[in-house]
Design a protein around this ligand. Structure first.
Ligand SMILES: [Mg+2]
Length: 185
């Protein structure tokens, strides 16, 4: 199989660092459940202009070096890579490719290829399975016939599709990909 894997909020705990910076700079106490929009629009009355300095940190890429990996990502991808092709597909701008690769190497995240996608993650690659959290990308992939494991987040709770299963952790991904009946085979 070819498995497509998003990076931010699937492998890397990006939202937590972004929210930490926002709370620190703006004197807020936002929790994950407050972040109901992927772009942070309309979160706690914050306007996009208030976020400019924080998003600048994203644009220069240094923030990507300091993210924590999400529990279970590396171990599960190692298990999957023994049998499947792992393609990381990120909407990060291509200019942060170097810092992204440095972070992936530092945290020993296994993959066979990496794609810096623009606007859509439907790119002609016949992904059999895709791990994603961003609702628009997940919907496009699902409508294109790719089965998506959607990492649950307050910004994607409305999304339901016959080609989408919601997961809450990498343990859920393992349970989906390695069902108990397959043990020993
Ligand atoms: Mg993401």
């Amino acid at each position: 199989m070819i498995i497509g894997v998003d990076i931010d909020n699937v492998i890397a705990d990006t939202e937590r660092e972004l929210r930490r910076l926002l709370n620190e700079k703006k004197g807020l106490e936002l929790t994950r459940e407050h972040i109901t929009s992927y772009s942070f629009d309309n979160v706690a009355g914050i306007e996009r202009a208030d976020l400019a300095d924080i998003f600048d940190m994203f644009n220069d890429g240094d923030i990507f070096l300091h993210l924590d990996p999400i529990d279970g990502a590396r171990e599960t991808l190692e298990m999957l890579q023994r049998k499947h092709r792992i393609v990381l597909v990120t909407a990060r701008p291509p200019r942060v490719e170097g810092k992204t690769r440095t972070w992936l190497a530092r945290h020993e995240i296994p993959f066979d290829d990496i794609v810096f996608a623009e606007h859509t993650k439907v790119n002609g690659t016949p992904y059999d399975l895709f791990f994603e959290d961003q609702p628009e990308y997940a919907r496009e992939l699902a409508e294109d016939g790719t089965f998506v494991l959607l990492f649950d987040a307050p910004w994607n709770r409305d999304l339901v599709h016959e080609n989408i299963d919601r997961v809450y952790s990498w343990s859920d991904v393992q349970a989906f990909c390695f069902p108990p009946c397959a043990l020993g085979k």
